[in-house]
Ligand binder design. Structure first.
Ligand code: PSU
Ligand code: MN
Length: 315
């Protein structure tokens, strides 16, 4: 069986020329933000990546084809289609085999990126271990994907609605490098810092790129999580958000929200309760992650070219 994989013309030509590409997820558009801010943000993120001289590749499944890079019309249609499926590792093959349409999560996007030969991916925040996971066993498939699929993911940490302590423990167990960019604590999505010390810290995109390539050279499966703090002027202090998150969690419990609906429900309630401030912060951090991802993609390309030049026999 062959995989119906469609690269946008822009992504196809970047691959041919060896120019840097940054993968982007689509669940953040369909389930993470309300219309029309979702499509506006998706466009802004793509523009930010192009401004950094890299090529954006938003990933989604449309009518049974895995698309890597969407046209403006495809992006628009996806952003307006309420109730579209959320595709993680477990769902992707079924959706493609049966002609389905859906948005890819962090895990789904990592798989799509690998299939298209893209090594860097920017998003908002990864999924993780949910609060109360001791009872619900709700742990995002994003964590296991990071341990299996060789893509460097730039995010503002994991969403603060999660149990962050358990999320970082789990990634340590899975052998996933959690690398804070330019600071000593792991950022907490809407807040730049947190009580959790960063297991690893790097301050330069070139070092992140070198570490990515070294994993490949060592034959280690899996990717890296680059935890990039939200710019200070956009952050919402953790103390201020804590009661809002607690209230949203209590509502979710009362309404019996479970499985795939938990993350979208909590994000939507936090947006409403902060009167949109959390949405503005979310947009700012995604843009910031897109910029860092673009520079990591550039550095990976530069290191590869150096390695090839270095290996060439001198005449
Ligand atoms: N980050 C955001 N908004 C989102 C998500 C991440 O800023 O909506 C999505 C991602 O697609 C992530 C998913 O993979 O939430 C996690 O969902 P779950 O907890 O059901 O695995
Ligand atoms: Mn879940």
């Amino acid at each position: 069986m062959t995989l119906p994989l469609s690269l946008s013309p822009e992504v196809a030509s970047a691959k041919e020329d060896g120019r840097p590409i940054v993968a982007l997820e689509s669940t953040i558009i369909t389930h993470g933000m309300p219309w029309p801010r979702n499509v506006e943000t998706a466009r802004q993120v793509e523009a930010e990546i192009r401004a950094a001289d890299a090529v954006p590749a938003t990933i989604a499944v449309l009518d049974g084809t895995l698309h890597v890079g969407l046209t403006d019309d495809q992006l628009d249609a996806l952003a307006q289609s309420g109730g579209v499926a959320k595709l993680s590792r477990a769902d992707l093959a079924v959706a493609i085999a049966t002609g389905g349409t859906g948005a890819t999560t962090v895990a789904g996007t990592m798989i799509g990126a690998r299939l298209a030969g893209i090594e860097v991916f920017a998003t908002g925040g990864i999924g993780g271990v949910h609060r109360g996971a001791g009872v619900t066993f709700d742990v995002s498939a994003d964590l296991r994907e990071l341990s299996e699929t060789p893509v460097t993911v730039v995010a503002a940490g994991a969403k603060a609605i999660l149990d962050l302590r358990k999320t970082w423990e789990m990634l340590e167990t899975l052998g996933v490098p959690v690398i804070a960019y330019g600071q000593d604590t792991i950022p907490a999505f809407w807040s730049a810092s947190s009580p959790y010390p960063a297991p690893l810290r790097l301050d330069r995109a070139a070092d992140i790129a070198a570490s990515h390539l070294m994993r490949g050279a060592m034959g280690l499966p899996g990717g890296q999580l680059i935890a990039n703090p939200i710019p200070a002027e956009h952050e919402i202090p953790a103390e201020e958000l804590a009661p809002v998150i607690d209230a949203a969690l209590a509502e979710a419990r009362k309404e019996g929200i479970s499985a795939k609906s938990v993350t979208p429900f909590l994000l939507a309630r936090v947006f409403e309760m902060t009167e949109g401030r959390s949405l503005e912060a979310n947009i700012a951090l995604v843009l910031n992650n897109a910029r860092l991802a673009a520079s990591i993609a550039h550095e990976i390309g530069a290191l590869r070219r150096e390695a090839i030049d270095g290996a060439a026999p001198s005449l």
